[in-house]
Design a protein around this ligand. Structure first.
Ligand code: NAI
Length: 288
């Protein structure tokens, strides 16, 4: 394997952190997941175990490889357990204060001065997290996509302080996970969300203005452009709260009207109509 980063830490074992830990372990890397406390660490283990079982069930992974992956994983409630890591990937909640605290703490705990600290943030400037450490040259964005074991892309985000060697090292690491990399500047939305979110917002505006129904907007893009999922179904899948919060970050950064969350989106979020996860968004879902 062509990566020098062999001992991996993942902070936060939620939807993304569990997925990142799973792909690291499946790639043969020794991986420690740190959650907020022991109970949350247990829940993170259950999440990874269930995901590996699903991969076996669907024939994407054999049982022995799933067991080997689990053997390479450890779960803890203490950041101190990450002291000997070569690379730590932070995937805690999207809250700048919480993330800044995690980076400041990791900077003190992770012993190897050459170790790299990465963030899976979708919208917080990598620079801001780098500045919470004394190693901003070794702080970088590694933005995975949900579900991590399935989607092959990673966006690598260098801040103004990130060293070129750090970028090369995490690109080799991403390749070792079997992922493809695109590089992005440290700007809200990076490449994917900066392109995708204005498109989703345009679809919301179409439905909002009565230009076309939600069903027709989706059918138009699925049947007319061969998109696998129409934009309003996709917004429901991502979660309308998540779409709105990414739009707000983009709007705050660029002040372009195309990024402003439309009133209908905001009202739906206020109403708790968040898409698939609540059973109703632009479409209605069977939650059973
Ligand atoms: P999540 O809410 O599923 O998981 C966050 C986890 O962080 C929780 O399990 C929580 O217990 C843990 N946590 C909170 N504070 C902690 C601390 N101080 N130490 C250790 N663990 C702590 O959130 P999700 O969806 O996994 O998102 C995580 C990050 O990934 C966010 O920055 C998000 O923007 C980013 N992201 C999310 C994507 C998505 O589709 N959900 C896609 C790409 C990036």
């Amino acid at each position: 394997m062509n990566t020098s980063l062999r001992r991996i830490g993942v902070v936060g074992g939620g939807r993304m952190g569990a997925g990142i830990a799973e792909v690291c372990a499946r790639a043969g890397l020794d991986t420690v997941v740190c959650e907020a406390d022991a109970t949350a660490a247990h829940a993170a283990r259950d999440r990874v175990t269930a995901s590996l079982a699903r991969a076996v069930e669907k024939g994407r992974l054999d049982r022995a490889s799933a067991e080997d992956a689990l053997d390479r994983l450890a779960f803890t409630g203490s950041l101190d357990e990450l002291a000997d890591r070569h690379l730590v990937i932070e995937a805690v909640v999207e809250n700048p204060e919480v993330k800044t605290e995690v980076f400041a703490a990791l900077d003190k705990i992770v012993e190897d001065p050459g170790a790299i600290l990465a963030t899976n943030t979708s919208s917080i400037p990598v620079m801001r997290l780098g500045m919470a450490t004394r190693r901003a040259d070794r702080v970088v964005g590694l933005h995975f996509f949900n579900p991590v074991p399935v989607l092959p892309l990673v966006e690598v985000v260098a801040s103004l302080h990130t060293a070129p060697q750090t970028v090369t090292a995490v690109e080799d690491f991403a390749a070792a996970l079997g992922k493809s990399v695109v590089r992005s500047k440290d700007r809200a939305g990076f490449v994917v969300n900066a392109l995708l979110v204005p498109y989703l917002l345009s679809a919301v505006r179409m439905a909002e203005s009565g230009f076309a129904t939600a069903a027709d907007v989706d059918a138009a893009m699925e049947l007319g452009c061969a998109h696998p999922t129409g934009p309003l179904k996709l917004a429901d899948l991502i979660g309308l709260d998540t779409v709105a919060s990414i739009a707000e970050s983009l709007y705050e950064e660029f002040k372009e009207p195309l990024y402003a969350p439309p009133p209908l989106l905001q009202r739906m979020v206020q109403a708790g109509l968040l898409g698939r996860k609540t059973g109703r968004g632009f479409h209605v879902y069977d939650r059973g």
